[in-house]
Design a binder for this molecule. Structure first.
Ligand SMILES: NC(=O)c1ccc[n+]([C@@H]2O[C@H](COP(=O)([O-])OP(=O)(O)OC[C@H]3O[C@@H](n4cnc5c(N)ncnc54)[C@H](O)[C@@H]3O)[C@@H](O)[C@H]2O)c1
Length: 276
């Protein structure tokens, strides 16, 4: 196991709700690799979840922030730099929420107020984070910002609903801001497109169990776990990936390149009517 990949690096990790969260695993791995960071989430998730346990385990401070509010982000970033003693090297945006999904509004009967919230929380918050960091000049040269995405940004998957639109916007923001942040400050910005994963947000997706089984059968390497996703995120925060930017990086066991697999076909065949 490689050690101290993030020695001396400082960051902010958004989105650890409980020990299932992808952000939780990233925080554990970042700590193991020598990073220091601030954890953040919305006040209601801090109350309902177990982020304080993670803070204790990783010797980090929790600062509440709603990622859709620029004033919260300004406060979070400024205080994080004070606590950690200087500019930051990495940020993880691991945030998503759709009220249309939660309230079971199908894509052809969306509530538009909910849609605006989906886009604000799950995608525009990434722009707000980047713009606020840029204006505060909060990220060191060769710093790295990663957000989490899903293949529904490129391909239609039943039940993913308006989150597909949010992910498409999120990936576009990574490219558009990645150009400016790279050109001006040598900061890199990428999205990781992760396999379906059993977490609180993931469980909101219609038929998650079937989706997990399908993508497991379709992926030559099988679904990627939250822990494996965290390992990948650590490489992107490290100095080993300095020239990777503006990319949507699939971390899905090969799913995104598949059309039909032997394992999926075998399962599909079982459903055919047998005619004697
Ligand atoms: N679970 C999956 O199947 C899967 C697959 C691909 C990508 N992702 C993405 O991974 C990311 C993390 O999700 P997860 O699966 O770990 O679930 P999770 O429920 O553990 O994390 C989602 C987090 O978003 C936070 N959040 C919601 N509104 C917020 C706001 N206004 N400000 C700040 N934080 C807010 C929640 O409090 C929670 O901590 C999301 O972007 C999700 O879309 C998940």
């Amino acid at each position: 196991m490689i050690k101290n990949l993030l020695e001396g690096k400082k960051g902010i990790i958004f989105g650890a709700l409980n020990d299932k969260s992808i952000a939780w695993k990233v925080a554990e791995k970042a700590y193991e690799q020598g990073a220091r960071f601030v954890l953040t989430n919305v006040p209601v998730s801090i109350r309902m979840g177990t982020i304080n346990e993670l803070a204790e385990k990783t010797e980090s401070t929790v600062i509440p922030a709603d990622a859709t509010k620029v004033e919260d982000l300004e406060n979070l970033i400024t205080k994080s730099m004070e606590i950690l003693g200087g500019k930051l090297d990495f940020m993880l945006h691991s945030i998503a929420m759709s009220l249309n999904v939660r309230k079971k509004r199908p894509y052809n009967d969306l509530d538009y107020n909910y849609l605006q919230k989906t886009l604000d929380i799950s995608a525009i918050s990434f722009h707000k984070l980047l713009q606020t960091s840029y204006k505060l000049d909060a990220i060191n040269e060769w710093g790295s910002v990663v957000a989490l995405s899903y293949v529904a940004a490129q391909r239609t998957l039943y039940g993913y609903n308006d989150m597909a639109d949010a992910k498409a916007l999120l990936e576009s923001i990574a490219r558009s801001f990645g150009y400016i942040y790279g050109r001006e400050k040598k900061v890199r910005i990428n999205t990781i497109s992760q396999s379906p994963t059993v977490t609180t947000a993931g469980s909101g997706v219609k038929g998650l169990d079937k989706l997990l089984d399908f993508s497991e059968r379709m992926s030559p390497l099988g679904n990627a776990t939250a822990e494996e996703c965290a390992n990948y995120a650590i490489t992107l925060f490290s100095d080993l990936t300095r020239k990777v930017t503006m990319q949507n990086l699939y971390h899905d066991g090969g799913f995104s390149s598949m059309g039909m697999s032997l394992r999926a076909m075998s399962q599909y065949e079982k459903s055919f009517d047998v005619k004697d």
